[in-house]
Design a protein around this ligand. Structure first.
Ligand SMILES: [Zn+2]
Length: 97
């Protein structure tokens, strides 16, 4: 199985245009209601010149999926709990003749 990742490994910073975004981990902060959630060792890329951080989209998506039940608990919402399981995108392709 191959993933479609044809993106080049070197990515220049969109902020300063000269720095290179390097894969790092940092502590990610996000607010949920009035609670601040910190996630240590969160994958991101950090510019080696200006220090701009860009968080890994997939990681953020996963984090939201993980946090969703807790978000309901923290905010106190009820009745909107959806199953936060991985949405299977794998669909067996069947060719019917
Ligand atoms: Zn930069």
């Amino acid at each position: 199985m191959e993933m479609k990742t044809s993106l080049p490994r070197i990515e220049y910073c969109s902020e300063c245009q000269v720095g290179i975004m390097r894969d790092r981990v940092a502590t990610y902060y996000t607010w949920i209601g009035e609670e601040i959630i910190t996630v240590p060792d969160f994958p991101c890329t950090i510019c080696d010149v200006c220090g701009r951080r860009e968080w890994d989209e997939n990681a953020i998506h996963n984090l939201k999926v993980i946090l969703r039940p807790n978000i309901d608990g923290i905010i106190g919402g009820r009745g909107r709990i959806k199953p936060a399981k991985e949405t299977g995108k794998k669909r067996p392709r069947r060719v019917s003749r």
